[in-house]
Structure formats: structure tokens, C-alpha cells
Design a protein around this ligand. Structure first.
Ligand SMILES: Nc1ncnc2c1ncn2[C@@H]1O[C@H](COP(=O)(O)OP(=O)(O)OP(=O)(O)O)[C@@H](O)[C@H]1O
Ligand SMILES: [Mg+2]
Length: 355
């Protein structure tokens, strides 16, 4: 008889045992009837039924025992492998009750395990491509100023050093490129210190209005060159106290206001507003600059991510500013978000705890 493999595969071990025990009983009964017919003796129905029942029960329990032992020995291995290989974030390594639920659970467990592994592999692949992209970015960012420096030094060595029109100019350009390399390395260092948890915040009470005024003063010349007005939208003489690391928040404000100038339009303006939100204050930096496309917004806080690489590099940006800003705000257990429309402008908003 041709057995449908899918049908047999779908049978539970219990049904299998029942079918096999019944088959043994049927075969024995047929043999008994045949021998009774050949040897001409009378078929005794009652003893036959009793014997059949006995044989059925005996074979059922023997079969069940052997089958289960075999299945358990096979599945136990799969179970143990799954449980030892299980990712730490997966199901807890609880004691496995092999007797109770091994057969009913094995399919579910294997599927879950496979799904878990698939996600882990996907994550590792993403991390690997992220790592590769990051290394590529670091070397690219450092190579550009390094090659510039090499060019200037070569020109100076080739006689430029004697030429008063060239020497000072080239040395100044060399210095600018060295400063850029130092800035990139310092930014990377602070990101990695934030990521390893090495960087501790110095939390204290400080006046945010005073701090914003200092940052505006610092960036006023840069803003003036683009005829951009920096406007503080609260009373400049009324201090507002916050709880945080003042120097790190200064870094946040510098980067956000600096971005609003770099990516702002000529004769534009940047508004800095504060909103009272019960336990926190919301600090918003709004510009009417070039804006950011919706597709770029989710990646904005990634290291080295720049919407328009050439424009950003032209402005002296390496795309590390917002990554640092996010780390600082998150280290304060606060949040930062961005709203933007191309051609209209951008708003960065972050929260800080009241002091
Ligand atoms: N206010 C803004 N308007 C438009 N685009 C912005 C604005 N702020 C940031 N961006 C975009 O986000 C990118 C990332 O900003 P981020 O501050 O991280 O880097 P950067 O300013 O280019 O360099 P860095 O801050 O390291 O000097 C910028 O390159 C720019 O494309
Ligand atoms: Mg920046």
C-alpha cells in the first residue's frame, strides 16, 4: 500500500501508536482465522476478543514506550542545542520539562528559535555594514584635510617657502586643516566616551537664558556674515533655571544655532524660544532656512550623516554635531526631535528639567 508521506508525517506519535497496535491486533486475528480455517478448529469469539484486547494494550504500551524513548532521545538533542544557543534576549534558559511538553512544543520552539536567529543575523549584518560605513567615513573625513596639508607642505618645500605671497597663506591653510582634523577627532572621542558611558555629566542648576545669550554672542559674527538675525523669544533679563550639565548644554545650543546659520538663507532669522511644560522646559531653535526632506529626518542624528555632503563640507561640517547633541540630551534623560519643511525651515526642539 502506498503511504502518503505527508499524511504519515502529520500524525501525532499517539495516533501512530494506536494505528500500529491496531495493525498488530488485526494481523494476529487474521492469522488466527486463517489457521482455524486450515486446521479446521472452531473459532472462539470471546477468548479471541480477550486476547485481542490484551495484545492491543500490551503492544500499545510497549510501542508507546519505545517510540517516545526514541523521539525524546532525538528531540532532546534539538531542544538542548536550541536552549544553549538561544540568544540572551530570547526565551529564558528555563529547565526543560522533557517529559511533559516536548512533543507538542518542539515545532513552536524550533520556529521561534529560527525566527530569533534570523533577527540576530539580520542585526549583525546591519551592525557590520554600519561599522564598515563608519570606518569608511572616518578615513574619508581625515584623508581630505591630510591630503590638503600634504599639498601645502610640498608646495612650500618646492620653493613656496621663499615666496612671501605663498608662504603665510599656505601655512594658514595648513593650520586650518589641522584644526579640522583635531575637531573631528575630538568629536569622535566624545561620542565614543558617551557610548561607553565614560562621560559623566556634571549636573547643577543654571540659568538657560543667560547661557543662550552667551551662545548668541559667540555666533553673532558668523550670523552677521550671512545677515541672519538671532532672536531670543523670551525676556532676556529674566533668568530661567534648569537642572543639567551647563557646558554640555552649551555644546548643544552651539551646534543647533550654528546649524541654523550654516543651513539658513541669507537675511534669514533664527528664533530661540522656551516653553514651560510643567516639569520640563521645551527649548526650540527655529530657522527659515533650506529645510530637510522627510526621508532624511530619521538619519539626521547618525554619525557623519549629512543631507547635502558638498554643501555641509563647504560649511566646515563633518556631520558629527547632531550625533553628539543627541547623546548629550539622552544622557540627561530628555528628548530631542526635529520638524522641517524644505524651503520653509527647520525646528529642533529639546527638553530639559526645571532647576
Ligand atoms: N537647521 C538645519 N537646516 C537644514 N539642514 C540641517 C539643519 N541642521 C542640520 N541639518 C542637516 O543635518 C546634517 C547633520 O548636522 P550635524 O550638525 O550633525 O552636522 P554638520 O553641521 O554638517 O557638521 P558638524 O556639526 O559636525 O560641524 C547637516 O549636514 C545638514 O545637512
Ligand atoms: Mg552641526
Amino acid at each position: 500500500m502506498a503511504i502518503n508521506m505527508n499524511f504519515t508525517r502529520n500524525l501525532s506519535p499517539n495516533t501512530w501508536t494506536l494505528i500500529n497496535s491496531a495493525a498488530i491486533v488485526v494481523v494476529l486475528t487474521i492469522l488466527y482465522i486463517i489457521s482455524a480455517l486450515i486446521l479446521h478448529y472452531h473459532i472462539q469469539v470471546l477468548p479471541l476478543l480477550v486476547t485481542d484486547t490484551g495484545v492491543f494494550l500490551l503492544s500499545y504500551f510497549i510501542y508507546k514506550y519505545i517510540l517516545e524513548k526514541f523521539i525524546y532521545s532525538q528531540i532532546k538533542l534539538i531542544f538542548k542545542t536550541i536552549h544553549t544557543l538561544k540568544s540572551p534576549r530570547g526565551t529564558k534558559n528555563k529547565e526543560i520539562d522533557l517529559r511533559q511538553d516536548i512533543i507538542s512544543n518542539v515545532n513552536k520552539e524550533v520556529l521561534l528559535w529560527a525566527q530569533d536567529k534570523k533577527e540576530e543575523i539580520e542585526e549583525l549584518r546591519k551592525m557590520e555594514s554600519y561599522r564598515r560605513e563608519f570606518l569608511g567615513n572616518v578615513s574619508h573625513e581625515l584623508k581630505t584635510p591630510l591630503f590638503n596639508i600634504q599639498g601645502y607642505v610640498m608646495t612650500l618645500l618646492d620653493g613656496g617657502i621663499e615666496d612671501p605671497k605663498v608662504n603665510v597663506e599656505y601655512l594658514q591653510r595648513t593650520k586650518k586643516n589641522i584644526d579640522r582634523m583635531i575637531a573631528i577627532i575630538e568629536d569622535l572621542e566624545s561620542i565614543s566616551r558617551f557610548e561607553t558611558g565614560e562621560l559623566q555629566l556634571e549636573m547643577k542648576k543654571f540659568d538657560i537664558v543667560g547661557l543662550i545669550k552667551e551662545v548668541i554672542e559667540l555666533l553673532e559674527i558668523k550670523a552677521h556674515k550671512k545677515k541672519i538675525k538671532l532672536k531670543l523669544r523670551v525676556d532676556p533679563d529674566k533668568p530661567i533655571f534648569m537642572e543639567g550639565d551647563k557646558e554640555r548644554i552649551r555644546q548643544v545650543l552651539i551646534n543647533l544655532i550654528d546649524n541654523s546659520i550654516k543651513y539658513g538663507n541669507e537675511e534669514g532669522n533664527t528664533k530661540i524660544s522656551l516653553f514651560d511644560m510643567d516639569e520640563n522646559f521645551l527649548i526650540e531653535i527655529t530657522d527659515n532656512g533650506i529645510g530637510i526632506e522627510a526621508k532624511d529626518i530619521p538619519r539626521l542624528f547618525e554619525r557623519f550623516y549629512r543631507v547635502d555632503k558638498s554643501r555641509s563640507r563647504e560649511q566646515g561640517g563633518s556631520g558629527l554635531g547632531l550625533a553628539i547633541v543627541k547623546h548629550i540630551i539622552e544622557a540627561h534623560n530628555q528628548t530631542i526631535n526635529v520638524r522641517s519643511t524644505v524651503g520653509v525651515g527647520t525646528t529642533f526642539a529639546f527638553t530639559l528639567k526645571k532647576g
